[in-house]
Design a protein around this ligand. Structure first.
Ligand code: G
Ligand code: G
Ligand code: MN
Length: 917
């Protein structure tokens, strides 16, 4: 109807601008404050996260550096021992003469030509004189002439090494090489690996020394940071005492070798950090705006020998918080130019919108109010412009007069004159309206069909807010002949549940719709709940009327809610609560807590005799829907979803839940019949020792061939089964089936053959699982040492001790334990250290892209880690020969993957074994 109202042109004056400015500022100032607050908050948290990320990145790189350097040390010690134990060396030591010496020199020569990092290989005699020496700094090794051999008896490494017992070795700190007592230029950082030499009679003959080119370590460091995107980070490597081994300022590197060394220590310039950096293994410190990360690089952990102190270097990263990329572009208050532009545009926009709304309202203010009233009254209402042209009539007007709005709008009011009143009657009427603003009296008019009728007429004149001129006239009148019906009784029948006197679904919807209308978009909740396992027989056997109990409970609910809220009954055991006064999801959540607390207390009050479980689904206006119908439906879907769960009591509706629920409900129903309908099956994927190609074991993989859905991947149905707890039952089914299958082929299998069974985290927590393994192994007479369980890292989330206790129970039975999908979860090394597992399964992700997109570094690293912790390691997902060869080369010989075989059904698996025995 409003669109039929025509507007006059409005005059604008100064006070309008003032009002607009005032309203605009009232909106703009808080907007700016909120914007600035939000941006600074976001930026601050961003900075904090960035710092954490950067520190984590540094740590990762430092770990890698450490890992690689340690590897080099291990290799070098091995080489030292190979040389020492060589036949040539032995002949020379037992029978030193020119011939055996030449043999040794030749052997050194060969060694040096393959090891470019060995700068020198030397033998020193008992008095510290070099007797054999290979220099390896030019393109090919050089056997040094005897005249050029030097006396090294004063050198630390000689003194340390010559005093070592047999089979021990000494590793020096890294410093610069010197020749004839002078530091060699250009600088050549060296680490010396030395071991004493004994002849077969156990007599000390001299010392073997390898000079390892330390530049290698420096390069590793540089390489780790060459491509890094954080170019504002400063890195350095210092030795135990804080002297620089590597520094962007090269003049400081190794300067401790010279006299003015104090200036070149990191700790000299950062004395407050020395204690922390030298005592802890790693960490980060923030001083003012500078963030430091440090980590000890310990190269020699495995190969410490007597008399050798623990070497360590310290890797240090340092950066200024203000140089973080996000901070670079800030102008003020953490705002960037873009933010300021956005703010300006926002201000202009607000100003514009305020003006538009202001001028619209100015004109419409009264009219909207009156039309609103007009729509909802039984009296006929007619509004005219100041010239008495009709601009609006309401429904009652149409009913009383028989004219439609379209027919009368635009006409003047005198069109309806009956002619029964004199002109003076009308002029008196207009005088009153002009002077007093109001006239009231009985008037006879004509309806459309021509009938005369009496009406009680009130006419008001309405002046504009901004001038004294009459703007509109409003006429209000009742048809005195109309009779009203009373609908009270009918109302009750239609809207209430007769037994409980609670509003029924119809009224619930009306009330919700009313709330939507009156609430001006304030959020509210609709809480639908079902009383489950409400066993009337039990109740009755106690001589109680079940309905009375339920009524009591409903009455108690009323103590939780306010006047605006209401409880309705949807069906016998399903109710809904309109949580109109709960204006956010958070508030509705707090209601849920109170509700279930009430439920618990109520059961207690009844001495737990009449316990009934309640499940609830919740929808929120306007997030889930804006109609009562939709809100109730959403809440009920959530209710259906929560009924499927064993543990959950309440669920909030969401589009995801809606979709998931409908899919899952279907899968749920079908899955429950899967065993019965013979739809489950087990496949076996061989696990192979790639060195000899022999099959060592197999992983049992569940398969579901649903009649309705086709073959469903475990990726989909395992989570559903985990959710409804059915995983336990199908898990038992699988174990039983695997035992049965195993018995059919066991005679062909080696005694150490293992079949691994995936155990989901939910199953793992099942208290009966251990007993079940025992009873099923007895039933099928299998030895559990031929089986393994695979768990994923999510099992490890709970307390390590509890998990280990559970592991012990499995291990006592003979089962071994493998950690599945390693590297994809939170792969914490500390877990590996503390957990009693037998095997690591490297996830497919770490080999699938080798060699095109991935150099296999992580797989190699994990193999090394596994070796370090003495774990068997198997990689899954190798699909081609290249990948298999690579895995072999890094020491992972157990492989499960398509290259050897896909998962096979039992018959095919049986054949595979025959072929690969
Ligand atoms: O074959 P593949 O698509 O088969 O298996 C997919 C995922 O399902 C794997 O992560 C595997 O661990 C898991 N899975 C396969 N069978 C079982 C089973 O019997 N129990 C559990 N818990 N997980 C399984
Ligand atoms: O339980 P787990 O996540 O380890 O399950 C192993 C999964 O890996 C199974 O789905 C199995 O089918 C799959 N798989 C095993 N080998 C290969 C392979 O070589 N290529 C691919 N694409 N998948 C594999
Ligand atoms: Mn697995």
């Amino acid at each position: 109807m409003e669109d039929k109202i025509k507007f006059n042109k409005i005059k604008v004056n100064k006070s309008d601008y003032k009002a607009i400015l005032k309203i605009s500022l009232l909106i703009i100032i808080p907007t700016i404050i909120i914007y600035v607050a939000v941006i600074s908050f976001i930026t601050k948290t961003q900075i904090e996260t960035n710092i954490k990320l950067i520190v984590a990145e540094q740590e990762q790189r430092a770990n890698t550096i450490n890992f690689i350097i340690k590897d080099i040390y291990n290799e070098s010690v091995k080489d030292l021992l190979i040389i020492k134990n060589s036949d040539e060396m032995s002949s020379f030591l037992n029978n030193p003469n020119e011939f055996t010496k030449t043999e040794v020199e030749q052997m050194f020569y060969r060694f040096a030509s393959t090891k470019k990092n060995f700068d020198q290989i030397r033998i020193l005699n008992l008095s510290g004189k070099e007797i054999v020496r290979i220099n390896n700094s030019s393109s090919s090794p050089v056997i040094v002439d005897s005249e050029e051999l030097q006396d090294k008896s004063d050198n630390d490494y000689f003194i340390k090494a010559v005093n070592l017992p047999i089979n021990n070795y000494y590793i020096s700190d890294m410093d610069l090489n010197s020749e004839n007592g002078v530091i060699e230029i250009p600088h050549k950082p060296i680490v010396r690996f030395a071991t004493p030499l004994f002849n077969d009679d156990g007599k000390l003959q001299g010392v073997l020394i390898i000079n390892y080119l330390g530049l290698d370590f420096i390069h590793i460091l540089d390489e780790q940071f060459k491509d890094i995107e954080y170019d504002f980070i400063y890195h350095c490597l210092v030795n135990r005492d804080g002297y620089y081994l590597n520094n962007e300022d090269e003049s400081k590197t190794f300067s401790f070798m010279y006299e003015d060394k104090e200036q070149f220590s990191f700790f000299e310039t950062h004395p407050d950090l020395e204690e922390e950096f030298t005592t802890n293994d790693h960490g980060s410190v923030q001083k003012n705006d500078i963030v430091y990360f440090y980590k000890k690089i310990i190269p020699t952990i495995d190969i410490l020998s007597e008399n050798n102190e623990q070497h360590f270097w310290i890797f240090i990263s340092k950066f200024n918080v203000s140089s973080l990329p996000i901070l670079n572009e800030q102008l003020l208050f953490y705002l960037s130019a873009v933010d300021i532009a956005v703010l300006l545009i926002l201000c202009v926009l607000i100003g514009y919108i305020v003006s538009v709304v202001y001028f619209r309202n100015k004109d419409r203010e009264q009219l909207t109010l009156t039309t609103k009233i007009a729509e909802n009254t039984n009296d006929a209402i007619l509004i005219t412009e100041s010239d008495t042209k009709i601009i609006f009539v309401n429904k009652s007007f149409e009913e009383i007069t028989g004219y439609t709005a379209d027919e009368v709008i635009g006409l003047k009011t005198n069109y309806f004159k009956s002619g029964l009143h004199s002109p003076s009657f009308y002029s008196q009427m207009w005088d009153d309206i002009q002077n007093k603003g109001h006239w009231s009296g009985e008037v006879w008019d004509r309806k459309k069909d021509g009938l005369f009728y009496p009406k009680l007429l009130n006419i008001y004149s309405i002046k504009t807010k901004y001038s004294d001129k009459v703007d509109k006239y409003i006429g209000i009148y009742s048809d005195l002949t109309r009779i009203k019906e009373t609908e009270a009784n009918l109302n009750k029948l239609k809207n209430y549940n007769i037994e409980t006197d609670l509003p029924n679904e119809t009224l619930l919807k009306k009330l919700v719709d009313l709330s939507v209308m009156n609430n001006h978009n304030k959020p509210f909740g609709l809480f639908s709940f079902s009383v489950m396992n409400f066993n009337e027989v039990t109740f009755s056997s106690f001589g109680v009327e079940p309905n009375i109990i339920l009524n009591d409970f409903i009455n108690d609910i009323h103590t939780l809610i306010s006047k605006e809220d209401f409880v309705a009954q949807i069906s016998k055991n399903t109710f809904a609560i309109g949580l109109i006064s709960y204006n956010s999801k958070k508030e509705v959540k707090s209601f849920c807590d109170k509700f279930f607390e009430l439920n618990r207390k109520f059961s207690q009050k009844m001495n737990n005799n009449f316990f009934f479980e309640i499940k609830a689904g919740v929808s929120i206006y306007p997030d889930d829907d804006i109609t009562s119908e939709g809100l109730l439906k959403s809440a009920n879907i959530a209710l259906e979803a929560v009924k499927e769960s064993k543990t959950l009591k309440v669920l909030f509706s969401s589009p995801k839940i809606k979709e998931k629920v409908s899919k899952e409900l279907k899968m749920n129903l079908l899955l429950r019949k899967a065993i019965e309908n013979n739809e489950l099956d087990v496949n076996y994927q061989p696990q192979v020792d790639s060195i000899n190609g022999k099959i060592k074991g197999a992983e049992a993989l569940m398969r579901w061939n649903s009649k309705e859905l086709g073959s469903v991947s475990p990726f989909f149905f395992i989570p559903v089964a985990e959710k409804n707890g059915y995983i336990i039952e199908i898990g038992y089914w699988l174990i039983e089936r695997v035992f049965d299958d195993y018995n059919k082929i066991k005679d062909k299998l080696p005694s150490n053959f293992k079949i691994s069974i995936n155990v989901s985290t939910i199953q793992f927590q099942d208290p009966d699982l251990v007993d079940k393994f025992v009873s099923l192994s007895e039933k099928y007479n299998v030895n559990l040492e031929n089986f393994e369980i695979e768990i994923t890292e999510s099992v490890l989330v709970s307390n390590v001790e509890i998990v280990n206790e559970q592991f012990q129970k499995f291990k006592k039975l003979g089962l071994s334990i493998a950690l599945d999908d390693f590297g994809t979860g939170f792969s914490s090394l500390s877990y590996l250290k503390n957990l009693d597992i037998d095997k690591l399964k490297i996830d497919r992700t770490f080999i699938k892209d080798y060699p095109t997109l991935d150099n296999g570094g992580i797989a190699k690293l994990i193999v090394n880690i596994a070796n370090e912790f003495n774990l068997t390691v198997i990689t899954e997902g190798a699909e081609n020969k290249e990948q298999v060869d690579y895995l072999k080369s890094v020491g992972c010989t157990f492989i499960q993957g398509y290259y050897f075989s896909k998962p096979l059904c039992f018959v095919d698996f049986d054949n595979y074994i025959d072929k690969n025995k």
